[in-house]
Design a protein around this ligand. Structure first.
Ligand code: GLC
Length: 423
């Protein structure tokens, strides 16, 4: 399948892309989940909140923020090679520190730190060069630096949220959407007690400045262009509207030095396929350390997924759900695009040499091949004793031991997926 150049100005990029790289990076990356020699439980990027770090002590961290090894060009190039189609960077997380020279708040990577770099600008440029759609994360309600920013679980405080909203949030979003050319989407998070009116104002601002920029569901009050699921929670059913699953590779978004509990490439590949087979996108996270290095465990995992995508990407990008296949088939996932039905065998080694029964598919198959296996793909097309159509897909005897999920590409005469109803 020829690679399409995705354009941030054409919102359809989101559907085609299917697989995005989330990058959580900020002052919390320097701490790696520890404060004053103690491991602080909870999400590592929430360390200021969980360890109750005083404002000035947290601000002091900026003085050692100088990620010499952060190379946006290399990261974007690597991400593209691993099959990602978009990249979403935390321009400002709940901590309130901006990764670009904001005129609105000096608490940023240029003015408050020796780093002196516009990291948003560097990533924008790098993504453009690598051919990734650039997106930015912006924490619109929680801001633990601004005296009037919200803080989860402490909402009873006497705050003038609208002051923060008008003096930091809206102007920063405006800076971000006017300073860097086309942005694919703004990824808002944790709206907490923001009002309907505030969410509408935020949406209006984004759409006025960049009409084609997408907005995720966490803007709140139904103002998003697509649905964002709960973190790491996979919908059990296909969803008809556009949606996205944000997911991690270990237990945190921000860097946690002690968390080496990486998910396996097999688990991640299965999850990605499950997401796409239910009509969604996956936004998978890395949390570079304070120097800007990507943890080895996440790199290794994504590279295996990436090599599977090199072979089987046509069964992911721009693919859709077939809705529910009429029979239970927990060992399989289906994705679809016109004239192609992709059948993914999640654990092929348990089915070696066996024929997988697929009754009641009404399409006529005109060709069958494996996307990540060299040998022939045998698909038997016949009918059952009851007169229903029947496909039998035989799993090869010898599998490549390094390959993850085995994927068949069944070309069909008809563009749409057709199935016989059981009635
Ligand atoms: C949660 C967390 C946040 C993280 C986000 C990613 O909302 O508050 O730290 O950035 O999930 O989806």
């Amino acid at each position: 399948m020829p690679q399409q150049v995705l354009k941030a100005t054409e919102p359809s990029w989101f559907h085609t892309a299917r697989y995005g790289l989330f990058i959580h990076f900020g002052l919390y990356s320097l701490l790696g989940g520890q404060w004053q020699g103690r491991e602080i439980p909870g999400l590592a990027e929430w360390i200021r909140h969980y360890a109750q770090i005083p404002r000035e002590a947290y601000r002091d961290l900026a003085k050692s923020f100088d990620p010499q090894d952060l190379d946006p060009g290399a990261i974007a190039k690597w991400a593209k090679q691993q099959g990602f189609r978009y990249l979403c960077l935390t321009a400002k997380h709940h901590e309130g520190f901006a990764l670009y020279p904001s005129k609105v708040s000096a608490f940023n990577s240029v003015e408050a730190s020796p780093c002196g770099r516009d990291l948003v600008g560097e990533f924008v440029q790098a993504c453009r060069e690598a051919g990734l759609v650039f997106c930015l994360y912006y924490s619109q309600a929680q801001d633990w630096d601004h005296p009037d920013g919200l803080e989860a679980y402490r909402e009873d405080q006497d705050k003038d949220f609208s002051r923060y909203f008008l003096e930091k949030c809206l102007p920063q979003v405006e800076e971000l959407l006017t300073g860097y050319g086309p942005i694919g989407m703004v990824w808002f998070d944790t709206p907490l007690s923001m009002t309907q009116g505030q969410a509408e104002d935020l949406r209006k601002l984004v759409k006025t400045l960049q009409p084609s920029c997408l907005i995720n569901g966490r803007i709140g009050h139904g103002q998003g262009d697509y649905l964002t699921t709960q973190d790491r929670r996979l919908p059990a059913q296909p969803i008809k509207r556009a949606w996205e699953l944000p997911a991690t590779l270990n237990s945190s978004w921000g860097y946690r030095a002690s968390d080496q509990n990486w998910r396996s490439p097999l688990e991640v590949t299965r999850e990605l396929l499950t997401v796409v087979s239910r009509g969604g996108n996956e936004l998978l996270n890395i949390g570079p350390d304070g120097q800007g290095r990507i943890p080895k465990g996440s790199k290794a995992c994504l590279e295996v997924v990436g090599s599977w995508l090199k072979q089987a990407g046509s069964a992911v990008y721009a693919c859709d759900t077939i809705d529910n296949y009429v029979y239970e088939a927990p060992e399989l996932r289906f994705t679809h695009r016109p004239h192609h039905l992709y059948i993914h065998v999640l654990d092929p080694s348990s089915l070696v040499g066996q024929e997988i029964p697929l009754p009641n598919i009404a399409n006529r198959a005109v060709a069958a091949s494996w996307l990540n296996h060299d040998g022939p793909c045998t698909l038997r097309q016949t009918s059952t004793l009851e007169g229903d159509s029947y496909w039998g897909l035989r799993v090869p005897e010898k599998l490549d031991p390094t390959s993850v999920v085995l994927t068949a590409d069944i070309q069909t005469e008809e563009a749409e997926f057709l199935q016989e109803s059981l009635e």
